[in-house]
Ligand binder design. Structure first.
Ligand code: GLA
Length: 403
């Protein structure tokens, strides 16, 4: 009898204290967000064009499904009942119609707001309106909320994000909750129980390794973001992800740099949120973003965030344990010249001491697949030899050989 009460008690407790929809984002979310390219210049036609491109250019088939409207979708004031109003010039048919359109194409709809009184762009924030706004989003069929952190002076971050998380849960609609407080309050320590992903860093900038100053704050190149946080991979996993920001692939870096950026996001099990004008993307950009070999690394069901194994002479090696004993390895040439790589498998054992995996090629032999060329290379019985262009990668997947 006591055991039955205990089980019922545990079950009830988990219902009462469940603070988010636990079934969402079991692999890192994938989609598109308007901010990196369009800032507040969003409108219905843009979103419809993105939806069309998702279908025509194979993005939907590759697994991208959330279309997220960032800042700038609202009117500058709430209505007399305190409701948010979509900007009637940008969205003449309202957001429910747009959301129905997105859903009719088998995609999902995301939206943006902020924990402060105003968003970063000066539109009405959700502070004091959390439940009202969440209900409105649910009535529009919103599936994803990105929740920012401007104008929040003196608010406690964990409390503010918990309020919005509860408001989303109370709607009964499955809505992914994406926290965007730039890593200021170490969200990896507390956000896993209330949200599905959290920004780890400030805003990204489309350069390989630069800092771009906006006066009082800076945005950061790809390698700056990657190097900014240490030891937080243990907090990522199915349903709760470290988010190094939306991607800048196709936004002005070289193809080599775009490949490196995309590879690192996949190695880090990062959310894959496209940030370019996908309607006008080149076929090279599309081929990076829709590379199924790479996406499979990001979306691996174990959900382990990869790690840097070594860094020597401007050559980095990253590793990510995958399901069924596979491994992804990424060699990055961070120098300004191309470099030759010779990697002797038998003299290198890679150990993931945090998640207790080890890649030892002495006793087991693996096939080695080049994931961009989609070609098998020599197995781990022979050293890996390659030439890697400046700021480019060699991205391989190791699978145990059946012999
Ligand atoms: C912050 C966020 C960005 C974007 C803008 C919108 O800077 O970090 O990703 O949402 O606000 O104003």
């Amino acid at each position: 009898m006591r055991t039955i009460f205990f089980i019922i008690g545990c079950f009830a407790t988990s219902i009462v204290f469940s603070q988010k929809n636990e079934k969402l984002a079991l692999t890192p979310p994938m989609g598109w967000n308007s901010w990196n390219t369009f800032e507040t210049n969003v409108n219905e036609e843009l979103v419809k064009g993105v939806v069309e491109s998702f279908i025509k250019d194979g993005l939907k088939d590759a697994g991208y499904n959330y279309i997220v409207l960032d800042d700038g979708w609202m009117s500058k004031e709430r209505d007399s009942q305190g409701n948010l109003i979509p900007d009637p010039k940008k969205f003449p048919n309202g957001l429910k119609t747009l959301s129905d359109f997105i859903h009719s194409k088998g995609l999902k709809f995301g939206i943006y707001n902020c924990a402060g009184d105003k968003t970063c762009g000066g539109y009405p924030g959700s502070r004091g309106h959390e439940y009202q706004d969440a209900m409105m989003y649910a009535s529009w069929g919103v599936d994803y909320l990105k929740y920012d952190w401007c104008n929040t002076e003196k608010i406690n971050a964990e409390a503010a994000y918990t309020t919005m998380s509860r408001a989303l849960l109370a709607t009964g609609r499955p809505i992914i909750f994406s926290l965007c407080e730039w890593g200021d309050n170490s969200p990896w320590l507390w956000a896993g129980k209330i949200g599905h992903l959290w920004r780890t860093t400030g805003d990204i900038y489309p350069c390989f390794n630069c800092e771009f100053s906006h006066g009082t704050w800076s945005s950061w190149g790809v390698m700056r973001i990657v190097n900014m946080r240490k030891d937080i991979r243990k907090y990522a996993g199915p349903g709760h992800w470290n988010d190094p920001d939306m991607m800048e692939v196709g936004n002005g870096m070289t193809l080599s740099e775009d490949r490196t950026h995309f590879s690192l996001w996949c190695m880090m099990a990062a959310p894959l949120i496209i940030g370019n004008d996908i309607r006008k993307a080149s076929k090279e950009t599309l081929s990076i973003l829709t590379n199924k070999n790479l996406i499979a690394i990001d979306q691996d069901s174990m959900g382990i965030q990869g790690f840097r194994v070594s860094q020597k002479d401007s050559m980095e090696l990253w590793a990510k344990p995958l399901s069924k004993g596979d491994w992804a390895l990424c060699f990055i040439n961070t120098s300004s010249k191309s470099q030759k790589l010779t990697y002797n498998w038998s003299s290198n054992t890679i150990t993931d001491s945090l998640f207790t995996f080890s890649l030892n090629t002495k006793n087991t032999s693996y096939t080695v697949k080049d994931l961009y060329k989609n070609a098998l290379l020599a197995s781990t019985k022979k050293p890996l030899e390659a030439s890697i262009a400046s700021h480019d990668v060699l991205m391989v997947r190791l699978t145990k050989k059946q012999d």
